[in-house]
Design a protein around this ligand. Sequence first.
Ligand code: SAM
Ligand code: SF4
Ligand code: SF4
Length: 351
Amino acid sequence: MTSSNTSANSPIAAEMPRDRLGRALHDLRISVMDRCNFRCPYCMPEATYGEHFEFLRNDERLSFDEIERLCRVAAQLGVSKLRLTGGEPLLRPKLATLVARLRRIEGIEDLAMTTNGVLLPRHAAELRDAGLDRMTVSLDTLDPALFHRMSGGRGALDDVLAGIDAAQAAGYPHGVKLNAVVQRGVNDHAVTDLVERFRGSNIVVRLIEYMDVGNRNDWAPDDVVPSRELIERIDARWPLEALPARYPGEVATRYRYRDGAGEIGVISSVSEPFCGSCTRARLSSEGMLYTCLFATQGTDLRGPLRAGDSDEQLLDRLRDVWLRRADRYSEERAERRNSARRKIEMNYIGG
Ligand code: SAM
Ligand code: SF4
Ligand code: SF4
């Protein structure tokens, strides 16, 4: 489908273009920083991202003015959710300033961030004050030695736990979630410990299937633990009940503990791909727009921005990209049709 139609339920968006598979554009993930203070082997392995790796120069990254402008334009096309990510977003100086500016954009209903948490004790409160609605902290294990291995020897587990405490104390209106990437033979044995620690805390743990993002993590299908298997394991210990999705296209499948100790979620991107309802676009730190996490190419928006494009011209560019979109990588993976493509790396594209 390639037509645009006026939004019936969004008072802000002037139009809501549909891509070639009929999907609207609702979410924009922005990598505000390509650098990271971790070297998780599944994302930025040290062997590639060593001291000689060339990250972007400051002037190559989009400025806050440029990010804000693109978000305003995106909101006119139906984007109502923004997520700041990276790399590590908290390495970007004065990030709360950007949050405050994005908060004021008409049509943005949900402003979120994903972080490894190490710098959160310093920033959790100012980010909430600036208007951040929700915080997601990535934490794969509670075992210090395993944490060390899974962060590539960077950061300290205690600092991440302090970051989670700080986020909870800050009182984000839409709460705090934890993301745990589960890899078979690495941390799958420790999942129940992780889940147990946060039962009853109001912090929702989400277990993510290990994905073949980028080209550098040596992903193999056998490394993936299907969410179904984890849910069965957790249910055997603390009985669970499936919850209905809160909105169409919700990425996580949710479960509640039958004893009332809260909920958990699973993100089954490999075993049960959800491309059919994927409404996400991604903006890299240097202003490339991608329409899939597994994209091989994107569209440069920084060039036109810096060459003086008007808002109307930027709107046309974004709309064109979305109307041409036909991505469904994870479904193709399940159909075994996409093994050999050269993908953009996750720290760059924004996880
Ligand atoms: N540095 C921040 C963090 O780790 O939360 C934000 C960026 S990180 C790329 C965003 C999310 O992607 C994290 O929750 C991380 O665990 C997840 N991620 C990274 N590599 C992954 C992979 N190969 N499979 C599944 N999730 C992955
Ligand atoms: Fe950094 Fe996040 Fe990637 Fe780990 S998952 S290397 S913390 S960007
Ligand atoms: Fe969306 Fe691409 Fe992931 Fe499918 S593979 S859900 S299209 S980001």
